[in-house]
Design a protein around this ligand. Structure first.
Ligand SMILES: C[S@@+](CC[C@H](N)C(=O)[O-])C[C@H]1O[C@@H](n2cnc3c(N)ncnc32)[C@H](O)[C@@H]1O
Length: 362
């Protein structure tokens, strides 16, 4: 089966499954930077915008993801923070379509046509309507059924030691948790299209162990309610989260409004875009998951083109589910910072990613 068969026909991501603090530290954005990132949910571009760069190129070959970013941009331009949260579905709202009517003038014709046909998603709150977010919801409902009040308890801790103790003594030993883990494979793999990288993990991949390790790391390293990505996975929403992703934080909203014109959205395969980009034209690259999806030829071209269009001393941050080494032809041009990679990997709220951070030498 082609891993992208339905992928480009769906809204796959609507929140943001990256911990933006990782890209922030890895790329060290300055005011003069032109940054290229994948659009996905739009979250990566909005998070980077808070760093006040010169320009952001948000690129995706799935136009629906780009129309989502257009929708978020139109909402930021036209709505105040509280309305924005209501419009997205982060907060309750009875008149979401009225808020939608306030922003449509800022949508392109294609985007407008798409959202007119998908008003039901807008009405429900677009924040949680991606395929991945629906899987999170489905999975968290099963978890709530299995773990009941123990899940509520997980969100109640103020102290990490107490949380770890509870996890070790009451959560990990619960037969319902073991039961959930046993079925985690079918819960997540029922829709591999949400994450094409899963195709590479192989049929006999021990997903139960993968999931168990992630949760172990998640529960033992940070308070659950301070990890918005873990919360999304186990609670299906940000409702009980005390630290929101950067782009959703009230304090950052005025920065988004001031900088929103700096995002340039491109619908194209990133490889052809990079191939045709002028030499020395981009400073920083945030390419979440891209390397998971590339065939051998494109993987080689990806580095070749990035090195060509990067300015001297540009920076790259690559997230991936499947670890793929930088090809030896390019290791002299991309100088990795392995110490920083390790630190970022250990602290990344998304828990499952391998991180590569490199400086690009011409
Ligand atoms: C995993 S998503 C990144 C989502 C991001 N982590 C988020 O939270 O929003 C990767 C995005 O890159 C897009 N993509 C994958 N391969 C691409 C390619 N070769 N060219 C352009 N876009 C691509 C996908 O459509 C997807 O939206």
């Amino acid at each position: 089966m082609n891993r992208f068969s339905d992928y480009k026909k769906n809204l796959n991501y609507s929140t943001c499954n990256e911990d933006s603090l990782t890209e922030k530290k890895a790329l060290d954005v300055t005011k003069s930077d032109i940054i290229l990132c994948l659009t996905g949910s739009g979250g990566p571009a909005l998070n980077l915008l808070i760093e006040n760069p010169k320009k952001i190129i948000a690129i995706d070959f799935n136009s629906i993801q780009n129309w989502l970013l257009e929708l978020k941009i139109a909402a930021i331009k036209n709505l105040e923070y509280d309305e924005f949260c209501k419009f997205l579905g982060f907060k309750e709202c009875k008149n979401r379509l009225e808020l939608y009517d306030k922003i449509t003038d800022d949508l392109s014709d294609y985007s407008f046509k798409y959202w007119e046909k998908h008003k039901r998603d807008i009405k429900k709150g677009i924040l949680y309507q991606g395929q991945l977010e629906k899987v999170y919801k489905f999975s968290s409902n099963i978890l709530k059924f299995n773990m009941g009040e123990k899940l509520d308890k997980m969100f109640s801790f103020n102290n990490l030691e107490d949380q770890i103790k509870f996890y070790e003594t009451e959560w990990k030993t619960d037969p319902n948790w073991k039961e959930y883990l046993k079925h985690s494979y079918s819960i997540y793999f029922s829709n591999k299209d949400i994450e094409p990288a899963y195709y590479d993990l192989g049929e006999d991949y021990d997903f139960e162990n993968f999931c168990s390790k992630l949760i172990d790391k998640g529960f033992k390293t940070r308070l659950v309610r301070e990890n918005h990505l873990l919360s999304l996975g186990i609670d299906g929403s940000y409702d009980r989260v005390s630290i929101l992703p950067l782009w959703l934080q009230r304090n950052n909203y005025h920065i988004l409004k001031e900088n929103i014109h700096k995002i340039n959205i491109i619908t194209e395969n990133v490889i052809s875009y990079l191939k045709n980009s002028p030499m020395n034209s981009i400073d920083k690259f945030a390419v979440s998951n891209l390397t998971d999806y590339l065939n051998e030829e494109d993987y080689k071209n990806f580095y070749r083109y990035i090195i060509n269009c990067s300015r001297p001393n540009g920076k790259i941050c690559i997230r991936s589910i499947v670890q793929r080494p930088i090809l030896s032809d390019f290791t002299k041009n991309i100088i990795r910072n392995e110490e920083l990679e390790k630190e970022l990997e250990n602290n990344d709220l998304a828990l499952e990613y391998k991180i590569i951070v490199g400086k690009i030498i011409k």
